[in-house]
Design a protein around this ligand. Structure first.
Ligand code: AHG
Ligand code: MN
Ligand code: MN
Length: 339
């Protein structure tokens, strides 16, 4: 449970996400409004994707698209649809220089250098899409990076360490459509009110519980985990932990953010770097968890300190409440994990 339950719940005025971002920008003299245009495009994309997800069992949008993405994974029809919606919503925002998607081989260059693009937006259009046919929660994860016009290549431009993110967030299409956002000064949460068509602020300055006895991991892989992870899980079982795992990272991390505990996707013998994509999944969610007072590690290193070597790089992740992440790190050290 939280230290002060619901201390962050917004009970005063109705605030839309657009108004919230404009208010935030006012605190930064000289802000041009470019950034709020990006967040408003993402919220529009979130609403359009939410509508598709809700009607997925009624329209011919379920199942495999018949292609594989750059990572060799089968694409669902909704992966492709969500990708197109985001591209359309962000494509004409003049402050966006580059868009990079988990589904595309290369970043899409919209405008460079003198053309005014200040930011790059990276996203996983539909996280957890293998769950979509069963009406399980899925989501869109995004991060906003600065565009350095002096860097020539588009891949080099977006291969930035996670600590340099300008903003990150996700839209979760669950029993409610939720948007969670950080711009580096805490985490705010919005709920889509379908009756008015807006994401409304419901929690300001969300804090992750300091500790909760829950772990979220694909435990079917446990025999392939390094010893430190296995021992942590053994000890957790012996001390009364509960397990929750959906298989949509965005949903598992959202649950961890609100209820506490540990989410992890460790290295396995068959996937030594784990499965989670650094730029589209690990970094934005690590940024949010840290901004909420939690911790995010890849092995013994802070996830946000790592510099990506390639666009679609994967890394092991463990993130959540400080007490659980600390406990895992102690177990990794004790059982020979190298820093
Ligand atoms: P995506 O649907 O974008 O490819 O991501 C799925 C990812 C992540 O969301 C989730 O945590 C993980 O795959 C689940 O993997 P396992 O099925 O191996 O548990
Ligand atoms: Mn994903
Ligand atoms: Mn995806």
């Amino acid at each position: 449970m939280q230290d002060r339950p619901h201390a962050d719940v917004v009970r005063d005025n109705l605030t839309s996400i657009q108004a919230h971002i404009l208010q935030e920008e006012r605190r930064h003299p000289g802000a041009s409004g470019d950034f709020s245009m990006i967040i408003s495009a993402i919220s529009l994309a979130g609403k359009a994707i939410a509508a598709k997800v809700r009607r997925a069992n009624l329209e011919d949008v379920l199942g495999a698209f018949g292609t594989t993405n750059v990572q060799g994974e089968g694409q669902q029809k909704l992966d492709v649809i969500a990708n197109e919606i985001i591209m359309k919503c962000l494509g004409d925002r003049v402050s966006v220089a580059l868009l990079a998607s988990e589904e595309d081989e290369e970043p899409t260059i919209l405008r460079r250098g003198g053309e005014g693009g200040k930011y790059c937006v990276l996203f996983d259009p539909l996280d957890g899409s293998s769950n979509i046919d069963c009406a399980m929660p899925v989501g869109t994860i995004f991060t906003v990076l600065r565009n350095d016009p002096t860097i020539k290549g588009s891949v080099e431009t977006v291969c930035q360490a996670g600590r340099d993110q300008v903003a990150a967030g996700y839209v979760l299409y669950g029993s409610a459509t939720i948007m969670v956002l950080t711009t580096g000064s805490g985490v705010d949460m919005f709920v889509l009110d379908h009756s008015v068509g807006s994401f409304l602020l419901v929690r300001r300055g969300v804090r992750i519980p300091k500790s909760a006895k829950t772990y979220s991991v694909n435990e079917a892989n446990a025999l392939q985990f390094p010893a430190g992870y296995r021992r942590f899980l053994d000890e957790a079982k012996a001390s009364g932990y509960s397990s929750r795992y959906i298989g949509s990272m965005v949903a598992d991390v959202h649950r961890t953010l609100l209820a506490g505990g540990l989410f992890m996707y460790p290295p396995t013998t068959s996937k030594p770097d784990g499965k989670i994509r650094m730029l589209y999944e690990a970094n934005p969610l690590a940024f949010i968890i840290e901004q909420a007072g939690g911790m995010a590690y890849s092995g013994l290193k802070r996830t946000l300190d790592l510099k990506p070597a390639e666009l679609h790089q994967r890394i092991p992740v463990a993130m959540g409440s400080p007490e659980q992440v600390d406990g895992l790190l102690a177990s990794l050290r004790e059982h020979g994990e190298q820093a």
